[in-house]
Design a protein around this ligand. Structure first.
Ligand code: MG
Length: 291
């Protein structure tokens, strides 16, 4: 889930609880737990991804995510999440379709061919939180929308590459911005990535635009939720009357993806990967190393 930077309901929360707080470096034992919860939430994400097709409803996806978290002994982190002044978030996943950017409600309306769906989810397990999101095409989508999703995923990986000791948070923001702007996409300003650990939202805020060499210095043990949100049109967003659902101001589609990442002395480690994805990544790394 994203943290509001300006103007929104979480902005007060983020200023009070994030702005002045220290970034919490995780111990080796903490990181072990972050890995556990990261893997749990990644397994849920991939099961939900595979279910997304024309005809399925977001309520069905929500129910599956809920059951999988329960079965794993994990607690859904969004369900009941309540920033001050707001009603508790009523679902396990954020299901945001088409022009919805983030924090969408699940419903019983079947998804249709050509839609896109962003699913954001988080869980806590053993005292630590994992947070991840994806945007998935429902059946066939236009080339324009396919590219929006692809570039958002690329921005995520480019941002993660900057999660290196001695880099600065602004380096992550800048890397994402410069890639997104090559395609002329609107980079959402109102919501940002964040530190993560025992709480879903920890310091620092990680905007998806910024200047290199600025903001906090990155150190080993920090854990970040990196989450670019890109719009096909304007970056401006509005919040619907339900006080949660964020949509693009011009009604054009939006994509969002997110990983929870640990900074290690060797560089970034993506925590929200499934066992299978981790094995694949290690194989690729080893092949590269021996090549
Ligand atoms: Mg998040």
């Amino acid at each position: 889930m994203s943290v509001s930077r300006i103007g929104g309901f979480i902005s007060k929360f983020s200023q009070i609880f994030l702005g002045k707080r220290m970034i919490i470096a995780k111990s080796r034992k903490d990181l072990e737990r972050m890995r556990e919860v990261g893997e749990i939430i990644a397994e849920v994400r991939e099961v939900v991804r595979a279910m997304i097709e024309p005809g399925i409803t977001t309520l069905e996806l929500n129910a599956v995510a809920h059951k999988m978290m329960n079965d794993a002994g994990a607690k859904p982190a969004f369900l009941g999440y309540q920033p001050s002044g707001l009603s508790p978030f009523p679902f396990v996943i954020c299901a945001s379709s088409n022009e919805q950017v983030v924090h969408g409600f699940s419903n019983d309306k079947p998804l249709q061919e050509g839609d896109i769906l962003s699913v954001d989810m988080a869980a806590s397990y053993n005292g630590f939180v994992g947070d991840t999101a994806m945007t998935v095409a429902v059946g066939e989508v236009s080339d324009e929308i396919r590219q929006l999703i692809k570039v958002t995923e690329e921005c995520l990986m480019i941002g993660i590459e900057q999660c290196q000791p001695n880099n600065r948070v602004g380096d992550i923001s800048w890397a994402i911005q410069q890639h997104a702007e090559k395609f002329g996409y609107g980079i959402v300003r109102d919501y940002t990535g964040h530190g993560i650990g025992r709480s879903m939202h920890e310091s620092p805020q990680i905007a998806n635009y910024g200047r290199p060499g600025t903001k906090e210095k990155i150190r080993p043990g920090y854990c970040f939720a990196i989450e670019p949100m890109l719009n096909l049109g304007t970056y401006e967003t509005i919040t619907l009357d339900d006080k949660w659902t964020v949509v693009t101001k011009d009604g054009k589609p939006s994509a969002h993806c997110e990983h929870t990442v640990a900074v290690t002395v060797d560089g970034p480690e993506i925590l929200t990967l499934t066992k299978e994805q981790k094995a694949k990544r290690n194989t690729t790394k080893n092949e590269t190393a021996s090549a």
